[in-house]
Design a protein around this ligand. Structure first.
Ligand code: SAM
Length: 236
């Protein structure tokens, strides 16, 4: 189920009810003993009587440790379900958008096809940032492309040119350390005042505002950018 992002008040009623009804609350952590963002967000809704199951998903580039973690998580979730327990897996933002939960879902479908699974959608960080920044995401014939920030300046230039031509709004995730070279590109294209920079949306230390206000230095990984390069012809 999706939780947050950041703010525990952004859980849906369905998510709060499902947590309350769960025997076991599972959540991703980056390492043994880690806290887990999703668990922190949902903490006000988890009761002391509920068991907790941290699932380790290492933040590494190598393929095999990540595959093993998805398969192990599927096993760890399917076993208590088969024993008759109700289990929820928390996921920050929406459960289907660049989400660890999607890999776990595929592993469950492949290796535990009899395990019943219900997905509860959440509020994506892009939607939360747009609302917090009063930033219209897409209108009329515009498109919306949500994707990781390109890996190189050349790839970003090409994406911005394509998005301008196609009237696409861009939601660029995983901005973090790339911001140092992304900012000068936006500046050269005159986009700094129209782009919304959003960091840790919904958390107490949220940073949100025009990209122009954010210095060109590395930023924490939980940052994203909304880029609008034009407006529809018919507006109030
Ligand atoms: C693996 S994706 C998870 C997306 C998530 N499932 C969603 O629906 O928003 C992680 C990226 O989403 C963005 N993100 C997630 N939570 C965020 C937040 N609270 N504030 C800003 N960006 C966030 C960041 O760009 C981060 O690198």
């Amino acid at each position: 189920m999706g939780v947050g992002p950041g703010d525990p008040d952004l859980l849906t009623v369905a998510a709060v009810r499902a947590i309350a009804a769960a025997d076991l609350v599972a959540y991703p952590v980056a390492r043994e003993g880690g806290e887990g963002m999703a668990a922190t967000i949902a903490a006000p809704w988890i009761g002391p009587q509920q068991s907790r199951l941290p699932l380790v998903f290492p933040m590494v580039a190598a393929t095999e440790p990540r595959r093993q973690a998805w398969l192990a998580a599927a096993d760890q979730l399917a076993a208590p379900v088969a024993a008759g327990h109700s289990v929820v897996l928390l996921c920050e933002g929406d459960v289907s958008l660049f989400a660890t939960a999607s890999y776990v879902l595929l592993a469950l479908q492949q290796h535990h096809p009899d395990c019943p699974v219900h997905l509860l959608p959440g509020i994506s960080a892009v939607a939360a940032a747009a609302a917090a920044g009063a930033f219209p995401l897409a209108m009329q014939q515009e498109g919306l492309l949500i994707r990781p920030t390109p890996e190189s300046p050349e790839a970003l230039e090409a994406l911005l040119a394509l998005a301008a031509r196609e009237q696409w709004l861009l939601g660029l995730l995983k901005l973090g350390h790339r911001w140092a070279w992304v900012r000068p590109i936006l500046e050269a294209r005159g986009l700094l005042d129209q782009a919304l920079f959003a960091q840790r949306v919904g958390w107490p230390d949220q940073l949100l505002g025009a990209a122009a206000a954010v210095a060109a230095e590395e930023q924490p990984s939980f940052s994203l950018l909304l880029v609008r390069q034009g407006w529809p012809a018919v507006l109030p």
